[in-house]
Design a protein. Structure first.
Length: 110
């Protein structure tokens, strides 16, 4: 009898198990647990960025420092993140054709 079988049950070895709770999950940037770090030059710019963050429901630590260049790279990356593109499904063989010919897809364009 093989060492992985005992009374008809399969016992997996611990180094082959691929399930369970993931303790090393990624925390999304812009949340309370991992806020954005932004640097701006004046108070007016801070209010403009705060309004922008409230629209997108983000959390950030904003530092006002006139001596340092403005750094809002993290914010622009999150806001400008592209969404995945979705393609239209091709019609089924017996569905009407998408070119509006009135024929079935299999007789026209398929």
């Amino acid at each position: 009898m093989h060492d992985l079988y005992y009374k008809g049950r399969i016992h997996t070895r611990l180094n082959h198990v691929k399930g369970g709770y993931n303790t090393n999950r990624d925390i999304r940037l812009g949340t309370v647990a991992r806020p954005l770090t932004l640097t701006v030059k004046d108070e007016n710019r801070k209010t403009a960025i705060t309004l922008l963050m409230s629209e997108h429901q983000l959390v950030a630590n904003i530092i006002i420092d006139a001596a340092v260049d403005e750094n809002i790279v993290e914010l622009t990356t999150i806001i400008n993140k592209s969404s995945p593109t979705t393609l239209e499904k091709t019609p089924g063989r017996n569905d009407p054709c998408s070119c509006d010919s009135g024929k079935k897809y299999k007789k026209c364009c398929g």
